[in-house]
Design a protein around this ligand. Sequence first.
Ligand code: BF8
Ligand code: SF4
Length: 627
Amino acid sequence: ENCGCITCDAATKELYEKAKNEGIETVWDRARAMQPQCGFGEMGLCCTNCGMGPCRIVKVSKDGPQAGICGATEDTIVARNFARSVAAGAAAHSDHGRDIALALYHVDDKARIKDEEKLFKLADEWGITVEGKDTVQVAKEVAEKALGEFGKVFGNLLFLKRAPEKRIKLWEETGVASEAIDKEIVRVLHSTHMGCDADYRNIIRQAIRAAMTDGWGGSMIGTELSDILFGTPMPKKVEANLGVLKKEYVNIVVHGHEPTLSEAIVVAARDPELVELAKKQGAEGINVAGMCCTGNEIAMRHGIPMAGNFFQQELAIMTGAVEAMIVDVQCIMPSLATITKCYHTKLITTSPKAKIPGATHIEFDEQKSFEIAKRIVKEAVMNFKNRKGEVHIPDEKSEGRIGYSLEAIIKTLDRVTNTHAHPSGTVKPLVDAIKSGVLRGAVAIVGCNNHKQPHDSCHVTLAKELLKRDILVVTTGCGAHACVKAGLMSDDARKYCGKGLATVCELLDIPPVLHMGSCVDISRILVLLSEVAKYIGGDISDLPVAAAAPEWMSEKAQAIGLYAVASGVYVLLGVAPAVTGSENVATYLTKDIESVFGGRFEIESDPVKAAEKIAAHIENKRKRLGI
Ligand code: BF8
Ligand code: SF4
């Protein structure tokens, strides 16, 4: 795949050419125009934390400034910048979780709770008595408890208890057992304010506390409560790539993150009245497709086709076939407003947190969700007749099986446990496969697209390199889109696997790359790791596993990376975070931190070398386990 092109995805290549021919600027053009990118920023050496700045530290020469005007060293500046990015990422994921909790809080009809069993299980976990209460009441109390996680005055995050005991103890000893979500994020902002924390290790410690409120806090709340509200994903077939758009249909692309909006759109688009209206406009019907993490959410739960990932959002509009792109929060390029000007596509923003000049704003309100969703879908339907010029939809689409929530994985494993009279509902078969060496280990490939890497190519190459080494891959976010588009979630993908992994896939009837959801759903991976670690009576850091974000770009990815490291995971990044300006900070994050948490960062941009490093790490862990 590493052909030096901008992407390994054929649909993307095709539409990128179209954009060039039509003189439409895309992310790749703007990235090129941005070169060379600022070296200070790239190394994390620019500080704008107070009005005396900006201060930039010149590392290359002894003549330039070696400290900020206040005296902050490169260690302090780099650590502060990194911590603030992590806090912003944790804030985004956690605020998403809060919105889901609010949606659950406002449920007034039992029919709107799609996974009652999960609701009662969570109520039990959180010590909420359920006797004599109806489902709606229990939902309200669970939602209230979840909302309390953001601002409670005392106590640690409730979900930390899901980790193995050794891990919990380690977090307490090292001072990273997080308290309330909002509190930890505020603390990063406070302690990195001018003239506060100057000790890079302590700054990173607080950054970890904030990162933990993402994975073990807001993200986990987002995942759990979304499952309760909209259903826990189970395996299903899905089609992926821009070829899922249909020429004769009203095409609606839902893009962003929170399933509250997208779920409502999916329902509204099936409304007979609106379908009829679409037909009156000359369309054959209404086709909803999802983009980025919203795409993952509705694909996992309803099998709605996945239109594409982060670097395909502009291209979707260039098909000329999208009547409306409906967005909520995060990873939405402001350039969409510019591009929609050249086509008939309506860009519809829906969140008070994310308005874009040039877009139509129709604010979403969970309490009137169906009504508003219908209004939005109607806008799209009525826009069908405004299509300009020719429609250009690439043929490319592939098929895969997705929907591997933790519950789905356990159910899948039960297929082999039950036959051996072992207790069902455990991770035993997975542990057995790893112990025997049939499976060498497992790796999560997650994260975004970034122009610093060829689009999708690093996700796909890394996955294939791991599969052939008998390493199972799980994936979320834009990495999941990349893998399903490349056919890695089909049965046919067994051809990329080593003999052991191929056998496991056949036995369990699974694809070798498991789609576990959106980026908040990395919380599912944390729970899976915890379950496996508990099963073997160890810690997450003992396991032959790793994580990789070969094309990451967002602040959320930095938060994820840091909570994974603090949870004991080896995290390989394909793009270096802006910490290279401080040798101390860079060394701490990529080496020394391992002696504290058992996890660390590794930077490697070449996906083939990345696979080698990950495999070496996994074999190392196996050796230490004596397996
Ligand atoms: O949360 S992988 S580009 S869409 S940040 Fe964004 Fe990155 Fe995609 Fe989802 Ni995640
Ligand atoms: Fe400069 Fe210090 Fe102000 Fe940062 S906090 S801008 S280093 S004076």
